[in-house]
Design a protein around this ligand. Structure first.
Ligand code: GLV
Ligand code: MN
Ligand code: MN
Ligand code: MN
Length: 399
């Protein structure tokens, strides 16, 4: 059966799992839609004769051969953003499975331990911490800090872990990961780079610096019909001014800043809000630019909050420094020096792991250039080219 596997055929199976009515996916870490995809992954890996290990960081490892140090690791993630596309995450996981199937068929015998990993909450859509599983496994997020995380549905991380049959007290850095030889992640491209170049596959050079901040504005709830404008302490007004400040600062500095999530409480049409919370995502070529832009936005928000008799408290939720991929040159040798090279503004587990081990990424052309939405796509032929490149790289690395 596995002889007929292609990335497209496996993706067609995953596409059925947890699809929303509008064709998007909201597969949040350890929620039923993502758990169903995890089960699918385990079943496929079992067909390949791989040994399944779910670690207490909620990552699933499927081993070809015996687990151990100096391992070659590949994979990606199965969770999605709210309303995400079919490819971000699953393409890397299915391509890894197909590459293993093809290597097995062609008689490759890895001389190093080899595993495909599906990493937990890469998007941070459930627990607010992007690359949660890879941060925990590589020791970049402590057990204590993980225990303090609360899911957007209100469940604490320890409770979510226990509900999924995981012991939150056993969260810890993973020795096998810390001693691994390398990690390779294949991913759908999330912009128009390859479509514009007219190439199917690129090697990633770097992930640009990026972070997430939460700003909580507190005002005073009151009646929408009877409270005169001068008497209001409406926290939504400084939020609106902060959103505009973010856009203007990003345009001025040539970077990107996004407010993609706002929560207004108590959330009544005829109620002036008492609390408004917004999340800021900011990314740039250089980390100093991010710092400058975010500090400017924070100053504007403070002034706007003061003007409207509100308070604002900012918290940085996550940060990823500029990350260059060590295996870029080696991958160029393997795939040919004419392979395009791209840096990206998207975050990835590979960037989290890049300070722990040599790491590389492959991007597969996305004709729409759209991602984190249902329009994200890749043709079957481009997915095949991605698998071919991944297989070529892995075959070299496992020797
Ligand atoms: C995840 O894909 C991110 O870049 O935020
Ligand atoms: Mn993503
Ligand atoms: Mn992704
Ligand atoms: Mn990502």
């Amino acid at each position: 059966m596995t002889t007929t596997w292609t990335a497209a055929s496996l993706l067609a199976e995953t596409a059925e799992i947890g699809r929303n009515e509008d064709g998007s996916y909201s597969r949040f870490c350890l929620r039923p839609e993502e758990v169903a995809l995890r089960e699918w992954f385990v079943a496929k890996a079992t067909e390949l004769g791989l040994a399944i290990v779910t670690d207490m960081n909620a990552n699933i490892w499927v081993w070809w051969g015996t687990p151990g140090p100096n391992a070659v690791l590949t994979g990606s993630h199965l969770d999605s953003v709210p309303g995400g596309g079919a490819y971000d995450g699953p393409l890397g996981v299915v391509s890894s499975l197909v590459a293993v199937a093809k290597m097995q068929q062609s008689g490759v015998m890895p001389s190093k331990p080899f595993a495909v990993i599906a990493m937990a909450d890469e998007e941070g859509a459930r627990f607010g911490m992007p690359c949660l599983g890879s941060r925990l496994a590589s020791g970049k997020l402590s057990k204590a800090d993980a225990h303090a995380l609360v899911a957007r549905d209100g469940q604490s991380l320890p409770d979510a872990w226990r509900e999924a049959g995981l012991d939150p007290d056993l969260i810890e850095p993973d020795d096998v990961l810390l001693q691994a030889a390398c990690f390779i992640e294949l991913h759908v491209e999330q912009g128009r780079g390859l479509a514009d170049l007219g190439h199917q596959v690129a090697i990633a050079t770097a992930v640009r610096p990026h972070g997430r901040w939460r700003a909580e504005f507190t005002g005073q709830g009151n009646h929408a019909g009877t409270t005169l404008i001068p008497d209001r302490h409406d926290p939504v007004i400084p939020v609106a001014q902060t959103v505009l400040a973010a856009r203007e600062a990003a345009e001025r500095e040539g970077c990107v800043a996004t407010v993609g999530r706002i929560n207004v409480e108590p959330g009544g049409t005829n109620v002036i809000a008492s609390v408004a919370t917004m999340w800021l995502d900011c990314r740039a070529e250089e980390s100093q630019t991010v710092t400058k832009v975010v500090e400017g936005i924070q100053q504007t928000s403070q002034a706007a909050a003061d003007k409207h008799g509100c308070q604002v408290v900012w918290t940085r939720e996550s940060w990823t420094d500029r990350t260059a991929f060590d295996l870029c040159a080696r991958m160029l040798e393997i795939l040919g020096t004419d392979t395009p090279q791209l840096s990206t503004g998207a975050g990835h587990d590979a960037a989290t792991l890049a300070t722990t081990m040599p790491t590389g990424m492959l991007f597969v052309r996305n004709p729409t250039g759209a991602s984190h939405c249902p329009a994200e796509s890749a043709s079957d032929a481009d997915c095949d080219a991605g698998v071919e490149a991944l297989q070529a790289v892995l075959e070299e690395l496992v020797q």
